[in-house]
Design a binder for this molecule. Structure first.
Ligand code: JFZ
Length: 476
């Protein structure tokens, strides 16, 4: 070892021992930690808790037909005892419910699962020593472990969504935020006074159970903060993240413990999109129910989306997205360099709504043939393509493979790609490998694709070119 290497080695030892924080991580180490997540492209989200049994119905009436029914306690303004009394008898998970979730995810082509360990209602799915509002106390089961084990058995990466908002805990001081939701908002604390620091201590202790007792955890999906209540002040967020990283050094976390511009989270939808994210606030940003208009080079992002309009199960929501939209959303997101976290809201018995099964199976059928145009690809080199989307991959030997996803099939059977290619360019259908005739050019390349779209939703054509793709400038 040269003296310089010894010195830099010491340098990192010093950084690491001063807390094991992300500051100690070099960009190369971060890239290595993020690699599986960046290549995965597609995950399954699961919202499942006491609200699943209520299914959008309170005292026999629908609370609504649209929107998040995992918020039902807040929607009907129930205190936690009233809510628990109504919901607990309905929450009856069947034995072995979790394996079908994991199978469904794997067959859909998902590479990871993120499920709710505790949503805003406060009910924890594991067997918690620091709470009696948990599956261990109420059902004598550890549903968290059942889900983790099932996902592992199917070879999936797995992590959990954890709400820092808590509508059950008697020290959660909801008056400290005007913006965060609470069923009792505007009403005095039923127990007189609250000491929020005690809640934060409980939050840390419960998360510590989850990252200590169930083996490796791949993802922690925090939810959520407001402008007026966030970060270190609200959740002792830096301490919480450090505690998690000490137990799970490889874990990937989102940024929702914070809500400031430098953390890349300032609002929902479009406003949640930021082109910067200091890694000390988390690893990725989370556009919700929304696909950004363009990619964001240098920022990792994941769009989470429902298949109807609610995260938690509702028997009243029938507004299901068509298979075509689900598949094209996945392609659109991959073409912009993001991940797609697609939600299911199982019923209280753990069964998955048939419409969700249908949608995931359709994605799975498409991914079985076309998955290599999604996994481990990079964002499109084109700003816009009239007929669809594009992803790309570097091939050994200096070539680039473009995956052209055709949504709108050309009526004359000629697909025009705004790209300069040389005579070495070659193309074929990804499904089946049929070679296609390429006419290269300085401003555009034309591929003879035939009159009929082989796949009405998205046909993938591979186009191999030498070196970096030379994208033609759009006409002024
Ligand atoms: C949150 C949850 O409230 C919701 O139930 C679901 O779990 C989703 C994935 O995440 O959704 C939010 C988060 C933040 C805001 C609104 C909904 N917000 O800041 O307005």
């Amino acid at each position: 070892m040269t003296p310089r290497l010894v010195a830099s080695g010491l340098f990192f030892v010093v950084l690491l021992t001063s807390g094991g924080l992300p500051a100690a991580e070099t960009p190369a180490q971060r890239d290595a930690r993020m690699q599986w997540w960046r290549e995965a492209r597609f995950g399954m989200f699961v919202h499942w808790g006491l609200y699943s049994g209520l299914a959008g119905t309170w005292e026999g009436k629908p609370v609504g037909t649209r929107g998040g029914m995992e918020w039902i306690q807040q929607r009907v303004k129930a205190d936690t005892d009233t809510y628990a009394k109504a919901a607990i008898p309905l929450f009856q998970p069947r034995v072995g419910f979790a394996r079908p979730w994991a199978q469904l995810a794997r067959q859909a082509g998902c590479r990871y699962v993120v499920f709710t360990s505790k949503h805003h209602e406060g009910f924890a799915l594991h067997d918690s020593k620091v709470s009696d509002y948990d599956a261990g106390s109420v059902l004598k089961r550890d549903l968290f472990k059942e889900i983790m084990d099932a996902c592992r058995a199917e070879g999936l990466r797995v992590g959990f969504y954890h709400s820092v908002i808590d509508w059950h805990h008697d020290q959660y001081a909801y008056e400290l935020s005007k913006q965060l939701p609470h069923p009792l908002k505007g009403r005095p604390y039923p127990n007189g006074q609250r000491d929020h620091a005690k809640y934060v201590k409980f939050l840390h202790a419960q998360v510590n159970e989850l990252v200590s007792n169930y083996g490796p955890v791949d993802i922690l999906w925090w939810d959520y903060s407001s402008q007026d209540f966030q970060g270190q002040e609200a959740w002792r967020a830096f301490d919480l993240m450090a505690q998690v990283r000490a137990k799970q050094p490889k874990i990937v976390m989102n940024n929702r413990l914070f809500r400031i511009p430098e953390a890349g989270f300032t609002g929902m939808g479009t406003a949640a999109i930021a082109s910067r994210l200091d890694p000390k606030y988390g690893d990725f940003i989370t556009p919700e129910q929304h696909i950004p208009a363009t990619g964001m080079p240098g920022v990792d992002w994941e769009t989470c989306m429902t298949m109807n309009t609610t995260w938690g199960y509702s028997e009243h929501d029938h507004d299901w997205k068509a298979n075509e939209m689900l598949i094209r959303n996945l392609i659109d997101i991959a073409s912009k360099g993001g991940n797609y976290l697609l939600n299911i809201g199982p019923k209280a018995d753990g069964s998955v709504p048939p419409e969700s099964v249908r949608g995931l199976q359709a994605i799975g059928a498409w991914m079985k043939t076309n998955g290599e145009s999604i996994y481990a690809t990079a964002a499109s080199p084109f700003q816009k393509l009239d007929w669809g989307r594009c992803t790309q991959k570097k091939l050994p030997g200096g070539k680039t493979r473009l995956y052209l996803h055709v949504f709108a099939w050309p009526a004359d059977g000629k697909l025009v790609v705004p790209l300069a290619t040389g005579p070495a360019a070659s193309a074929r259908l990804l499904a089946g490998g049929k070679p296609l005739v390429v006419t290269p050019g300085d401003n555009q390349t034309t591929i003879a694709v035939g009159a009929e779209a082989p796949d009405k939703i998205a046909t993938v054509i591979e186009l191999d070119v030498n070196g970096q793709p030379k994208v033609a400038k759009p006409a002024p």
